[in-house]
Design a protein. Structure first.
Length: 277
């Protein structure tokens, strides 16, 4: 089967990198903004104290236990930001929004969030891919925040990126084969040819990274006896359009949406874990 160049031919999308339009960042340094433009990412950024990171970890432990009891696996807590107050609170954490505001501007919408949890000895990987390829959004201006719930090191299968690959537009991919044990469904073959030498995001719990939605990234299996969990949060400026109903579960985190395109949803009360059908 030939490589695929558009995962959503039914949606008119503008998939290219948009450089940061901010000459006076307040929380990122000018050098970090330049790195985001040139390399496609910034990490690590300190957010939570060690005590706060421990509290985040305890929250996830309890949520994961409830999710398991309801029939969900370690990768299934996806899009629950309107069900789970702790997840919601991490999304609207002011210290995180401060960093995101520098590349995106004063109005911020979070349209989705996903706990990626690799349990000890997990043989599954995330094959190299571009996030924007999966999403019915245009233009491609999502900034993803990856919050380390646990420490991420070389043994636990850290997220690894291909610097400068975000400048290549949509990169052709193949449908993943079963033997890859890919958590997702797309695989970019030989990712190193699209940028610089891959960089692993080794991070401490409570730190975050930012990366562009066209940056190639993936991760290897967790070969350690320790868990590796991170919360991904997807932020856009309100001028981005979402198709297929993807605007319905949004949180307008800062500022407003003058266009009225994105739904504004209230903070949930408690954690409503659905039972898997």
């Amino acid at each position: 089967m030939p490589p695929i160049t558009d995962a959503m031919p039914d949606v008119d999308r503008e998939l290219r990198f948009f450089p940061v339009d901010n000459l006076s960042p307040k929380h990122l340094s000018a050098e970090q903004v330049l790195q985001y433009d040139e390399l496609g990412y910034v990490f690590p950024l300190d957010v939570y104290t060690s005590a706060e990171a421990a509290a985040n970890r305890c929250y996830f432990d309890e949520l994961m236990a409830r999710a398991n009891a309801a029939g969900w696996d370690a990768y299934s807590i996806n899009g629950w930001q309107l069900r789970c107050e702790g997840m919601y609170d991490m999304i609207v954490e002011p210290r995180i929004l401060d960093y995101v505001q520098d590349p995106l501007g004063e109005h911020l919408v979070c349209w989705g969030a996903h706990f990626f949890c690799k349990m000890p000895g997990d043989s599954r990987r995330v094959s190299f891919h571009q996030d924007a390829s999966y999403w019915p959004l245009t233009p491609s201006k999502t900034v993803t925040v990856w919050l380390a719930i646990d420490d991420a090191d070389m043994e636990t299968g850290p997220m690894t990126v291909v610097p400068r690959s975000h400048l290549r537009g949509q990169i052709a991919f193949e449908k993943s084969e079963a033997e890859e044990q890919n958590v997702l469904g797309q695989t970019v073959v030989d990712p190193r040819r699209y940028g610089d030498e891959p960089v692993p995001f080794v991070m401490k719990a409570g730190q975050i990274s930012l990366h562009a939605d066209l940056l190639l990234h993936g991760s290897e299996p967790n070969r350690s006896d320790r868990r590796r969990c991170g919360l991904t949060m997807r932020f856009v400026p309100p001028e981005v359009r979402a198709h297929k109903g993807w605007n319905r579960n949004a949180i307008i985190c800062r500022g407003s949406d003058p266009t009225g395109h994105w739904s504004q949803n209230p903070r949930p009360s408690g954690d409503d874990v659905p039972v898997k059908a």
